[in-house]
Each structure stands twice: as C-alpha cells, then as structure tokens.
Design a protein around this ligand. Structure first.
Ligand SMILES: Cc1cc2nc3c(=O)[nH]c(=O)nc-3n(C[C@H](O)[C@H](O)[C@H](O)COP(=O)(O)O)c2cc1C
Length: 234
C-alpha cells in the first residue's frame, strides 16, 4: 500500500521538475550520480533491452567538450556544417505544436530581456546549452544505431527517471536536444564507437536561485485537452 504521504512525495518529485538553465558550481559527489543512474536504470524497456548508454562529464573533459562545441557554434561558417543526425522535431511544423514551441521560446527570451531583434543575445543564450548552463555535471546519452523506435520510448522513461531521481536529492536538470547538432564533435572527443548515436545531453546540478531564467513557468494543457474518457453508452 502506498500512503498518502508517499503519494504526495512522488507527485512532488514529478511536478517540481522543470528545466533549469542556470546552475551553481557546487560539485555533485560521484556516489550521488551513480545512485541516480542506478535508480533510473529501473526504467522499463521492451523485453528489458535497456537501450541506454551514458557518458558522465565533469571537470576538464566537460570544459573541453564545451569549448569545442562553442567554437563551432560561434563560427557561422563552421556551425552551418554541423547538422542533426536524427530529426527530434518535425521538418514542417503545424499548430498547436508550433504555437507551444514559440510560446516557451518567447517566454524565456522575454524573461531574459531579449527582444526579437536581438539575434546575438538569442545566439548567446542558445550557446549556454553547450556550457551545460554551468552545471557541474553533463551527461551525453547514446543508443545503438541498430535499435528501433520502441527503444526511443524506453529511453524517454530512463531520462525522466534520472530527472525525478535528481529531484529526490534536491538536484535539478535540463534535458538537451541541442547537443545533437554537434554529434560529430561529441563522437570524436568522447571516442564513441561507430554504432553509437548521440540521443541528447543533460545538465545536472543545483539550480541557481538568483537567475531569472530559472523562474520560467511553462504551461500545460488541462487533462480535458488531451484525454478522452470513453464510456459505453447504456
Ligand atoms: C528530450 C528533450 C530535449 C530538450 N532539449 C532542450 C535543449 O536543448 N535546450 C533547452 O534549453 N531545453 C530543452 N528541453 C527542455 C524543454 O524546453 C522543456 O522540457 C519544456 O519547455 C517544458 O518545460 P519544463 O521542462 O520546465 O517543464 C528539452 C526537453 C526534452 C524532453
């Protein structure tokens, strides 16, 4: 039996998760990172395939990867040569998804005081992704290329578990598809085997409570907007 206190704790771990985009430099003990990954690995996966592979970056290697990606990101001629390996997003956007995407983007930029004309400011903010938003821990997630769409579902559950287990320890995260654009730099620097595809990255650390970007509140559709309860008519 789950007590109402346990239910509240689980719900709070889930609902208190949000994407944090400014972290304190406070280091995270290796045992805590391992504990989070161990808990997260209890995620279900079709026929227990466990498709996840995680590279945990701290210290000099994290800085080296950030510097290499930032150099590419800040040089338009080089950045243009780096393209995503898989489409996380649709090539052709439609409503309501494009509207939600625009809203969260503008809400973040408005908080940061970045107007629509401020392309340099937006570019710099996007670049913060590649510094793992100053988090002490950066994850790069990969998956074997042989695996199919089902494994991407499994992967999402694993990623969410990491984010929730982090909340249970007072830590925050930001999942990051931004890294997929620079998969070639990542593969080369982390010496990834050819069969591994970069799925995404993630920042892990303590949220910086003084940073305005961390006050972003994102909207969700009410249950009635996405759930249909079907009952047999009497
Ligand atoms: C797989 C995945 C990739 C994401 N990639 C990025 C990213 O590259 N950069 C970023 O700032 N946020 C990224 N996000 C965060 C989303 O923008 C965020 O989850 C969404 O706006 C809802 O806000 P919330 O996470 O605070 O609830 C990503 C989220 C997911 C699930």
């Amino acid at each position: 039996m789950i007590s109402s206190c346990e239910q509240q704790t689980v719900d709070a771990a889930i609902t208190s998760r949000r994407s944090i985009r400014a972290f304190l430099p406070t280091p995270i003990a290796r045992e805590d990172i391992e504990a989070i990954l161990e808990v997260a690995s209890r995620a279900p996966s079709g026929t227990n395939t466990q498709p996840w592979k995680v590279y945990v970056l701290t210290g000099a290697i994290k800085q080296k990867l950030s510097a290499a990606i930032m150099a590419a990101h800040d040089d338009p001629a080089v950045a243009g040569q780096h393209t995503v390996e898989y489409n996380y997003y649709p090539v052709k956007w439609i409503s309501p998804y494009i509207d939600r995407r625009r809203k969260v983007g503008w809400d973040l930029y408005t908080l940061l005081g970045l107007g629509r004309e401020n392309k340099a400011g937006m570019h710099a903010q996007h670049g913060r992704n590649y510094q793992f938003f100053d988090a002490p821990v950066g994850f790069i997630f990969t998956m074997d290329r042989v695996l199919e769409i089902g494994s991407w579902l499994d992967y999402g559950m694993f990623l969410e578990n990491i984010m929730i287990a982090a909340r249970g320890r007072g830590l925050d995260t930001c999942p990051q598809a931004a890294f997929t654009s620079y998969h070639k730099i990542i593969a080369s620097m982390l010496d990834l085997p050819a069969n591994e595809r970069v799925v995404c990255g993630m920042s892990l650390g303590y949220a910086d409570p003084g940073k305005i970007e961390n006050t972003l509140v994102t909207h969700r559709e009410p249950v009635s907007g996405f759930a249909t309860f079907l009952e047999e008519q009497k």
